[in-house]
Design a protein around this ligand. Structure first.
Ligand code: BDR
Ligand code: CA
Length: 312
């Protein structure tokens, strides 16, 4: 089987970290490169964190590029209260020795997609959509090269986690999200509706810690820090492990269920800025532009993560 070529666009981020490791551990996927964007923490930290994560996984050969340092129009909103001051929670990973790639992430995205065949590359955004939107605006001819965009972002029945209406990734750069959702690219979305069912708990974290490798120990620490801080007022086991849903879907789509819908991104109202308005019941004739997931086999998801991280 030829591995599926993917590009991970990310703002690590404790849950981004586990998503990156899940991808690097999986022979079904060929990670062409990792593009960093400002989000959970500023760009200087997200690009450094991406390199730290690759190195800990023994993948200092991975290409990591720095992308956009701020959203298209709005000031950067960060999330240190969830991900810690350095973005990787309570973990203190060694400083990376692998270099940052020269050039801008958006230019590399454009060049890589333009050199690819039609429908060849899957994009996996795990943070604000600034880099992806910039690439689409800079070179619209990349559109047919994209097989699919599978992203973590948005929420509908679950509401928001940064405002009552909006999920963090979409809220952080709503204009970029608007650009991507209205581009005509094939989209699959992992919203809070699915990730809020993907909660850590003591047993799931213990299984990852028991792997006993540097990656296993660090991943367990990150799952603990995510669980400790995020949406702690919910009467649930632990914190939602959002971003690995994107990679898990590529590996085992049957873990997830959802529906093809029209989705629009709100950019006009401050109260609902960044809301993903999902026409779940088909009450408009808006084009069905996005498969919106709302179901997950959470036990299967954590079993997959544990089994794969043990390979690193
Ligand atoms: C998303 O926001 C970030 O804080 C997480 O890494 C995830 O991508 C969840 O709303
Ligand atoms: Ca993220």
């Amino acid at each position: 089987m030829t591995p599926r070529p993917i590009i991970i666009d990310t703002d690590p981020g404790t849950d981004d970290a586990i998503a990156i490791w899940l991808a690097l551990a999986s022979p079904e996927l060929d990670v062409l490169g990792i593009t960093a964007v400002a989000g959970n923490v500023p760009l200087a930290l997200t690009e450094r964190n991406a390199r730290q994560l690759c190195e800990l996984a023994g993948r200092s050969d991975m290409k990591v590029f720095a992308g956009c340092a701020r959203p298209l129009l709005r000031p950067l909103v960060t999330a240190e209260e969830f991900h810690g001051e350095n973005g990787l929670g309570s973990t203190d990973l060694p400083q990376p020795t692998m270099p940052l790639q020269p050039g801008h992430a958006v230019d590399w995205l454009v060049d890589t997609l333009m050199a690819a065949g039609d429908g060849e590359i899957t994009l996996c955004p795990l943070g604000p959509l600034t880099n992806i939107a910039m690439a689409l605006v800079k070179e619209p001819r990349i559109l047919p090269k994209v097989r699919e965009v599978v992203l973590m972002g948005g929420g509908f029945f679950e509401g928001g986690n940064i405002t009552p209406a909006a999920e963090f990734n979409i809220y952080c750069d709503p204009h970029a999200a608007y650009t991507v959702f209205s581009s005509g690219v094939k989209l699959t979305m992992m919203p809070l509706d699915v990730t809020h069912q993907a909660r850590t708990n003591r047993d799931r974290i213990a299984a990852v810690r028991a792997i006993g490798t540097p990656v296993g120990v660090a991943a367990a620490a990150m799952m603990t820090s995510h669980g400790a801080h995020e949406e702690a007022d919910r009467d649930k086991d632990g914190g939602p492990l959002h971003d690995p849903c994107v990679i898990a879907y590529l590996l085992e789509p049957n873990l997830f269920g959802g529906r093809l819908c029209n989705v629009q991104v709100e950019t006009g109202s401050e109260v609902t800025m960044g809301m993903t308005v999902v026409d779940w019941w088909g009450v408009t004739d808006g084009a069905k532009n996005c498969t919106v997931m709302n179901r997950i086999d959470a036990d299967g998801y954590f079993a997959l993560i544990t089994e794969r991280l043990a390979r690193l």
